[in-house]
Design a protein around this ligand. Structure first.
Ligand SMILES: Nc1ncnc2c1ncn2[C@@H]1O[C@H](COP(=O)(O)OP(=O)(O)OP(=O)(O)O)[C@@H](O)[C@H]1O
Length: 307
């Protein structure tokens, strides 16, 4: 479990992370979403103890990670643009990491197998593609058989087969009871991988929810009804918490009632309904709506820099 409590990080006059509070539970994949510059990497670095919070704290499995006797068994982390000694082979890179952490050579071969790099284990890391480098980063993160896995943009640079592989791997790690926290800017990817989402914008928490709730909230629960008796049905449905709008004469957009309630009401009043559908925003649309302010702020910020 990861517990983030009132976490903030200031760089000069820039508040990169602003009072974040959330918990990442074991046994499921939790996605960490936000536009560029939202503070995801900074938060992940603080979770790993690589950056000191300006205020607040992080606990891993109930304790301060840095107090752990076997840190690699507690937390495995993949950060963006990790430094690797490019002259070393993949296997030697992992061996060096294993040795300094009291991990045996057998585990190195295990993780090379897990990430599909066994065949190229003897090759120099300098010649690796971006995707192979990502796989090596994942192998490093998994080396200590960690209870908590934190991955910053792991699908970056992976081809479709690699994306599928990472999705399957993340789910398998969660199914083993581990805590899996993974950042991405690809909403569609998160929809297929994560069960929960922590969404941030401008360093602040925007949503901490399930993927389903996230989409439902953004789409506002509107229902589209197509009927030749639009005026009659509109009168029938209107109530204190129900709004009905219409842009096309035979189509109503209803807020405040479910598709089932509308269908039943229409049937009871013998009104024909040709179409009845709950509006589903895609995860992409939901994310754009919820983080719009953060993105606008960001682009005006960039204009200021450019001016
Ligand atoms: N070392 C640093 N010094 C100064 N500012 C920093 C530093 N690291 C991050 N920032 C700023 O803090 C904010 C958050 O950055 P961060 O990299 O955490 O965001 P992010 O959500 O991971 O974005 P991206 O998806 O682009 O990596 C940005 O405005 C960034 O410019």
């Amino acid at each position: 479990m990861i517990e983030v409590e009132n976490l903030s990080k200031r760089y000069g006059d820039k508040l990169a992370v602003d009072g974040l509070d959330f918990t990442v539970q074991p046994g499921i994949v939790t996605g960490f979403l936000g536009p560029n510059g939202a503070g995801k990497s900074t938060t992940m670095r603080m979770i790993a103890g690589l950056d000191e919070p300006t205020s607040g704290r992080v606990r891993l499995n109930g304790q301060d990670y840095r107090a752990s006797a076997a840190p690699m068994a507690e937390l495995g982390i993949l950060l963006e643009a990790q430094a690797v000694h490019t002259g070393r082979s993949a296997r030697n890179h992992l061996l060096a990491l294993a040795q300094t952490n009291g991990i045996g050579a057998r585990r190195v071969d295990e993780v090379l197998d897990m990430v599909g790099l066994r065949e190229v284990g003897a090759k120099r890391v300098g010649g690796f593609s971006l995707g192979m480098g990502q796989r090596l980063g994942v192998a490093s993160a998994l080396l200590g058989d960690p209870r908590v896995v934190v991955l910053d943009e792991p699908v970056n640079g992976l081809d479709p087969e690699g994306v599928l592989w990472i999705r399957t791997l993340l789910r398998a790690l969660a199914d083993e009871g581990r805590t899996v926290f993974v950042s991405s800017h690809l909403m569609s990817e998160m929809a297929q991988t994560a069960a929960r989402l922590v969404v941030v914008g401008r360093g602040r928490l925007i949503a901490d929810t399930t993927v389903d709730e996230f989409v439902a909230r953004a789409s506002g629960g509107a229902v589209t009804v197509r009927t030749p008796e639009a005026a009659t049905l509109r009168e029938l449905l209107l109530g204190p918490d129900v709004t009905v709008t219409s842009e096309v004469s035979d189509v109503l957009l209803v807020h405040g009632l479910t598709a089932e309630q509308i269908g039943t009401a229409a049937w009871q009043a013998h009104l024909p309904v040709f179409e009845l559908s709950a509006q589903q925003a895609s995860l992409e649309e939901a994310f754009m709506q919820l983080t719009q302010d953060a993105v606008e702020y960001r682009s005006s910020d960039e204009k200021k820099v450019a001016a």
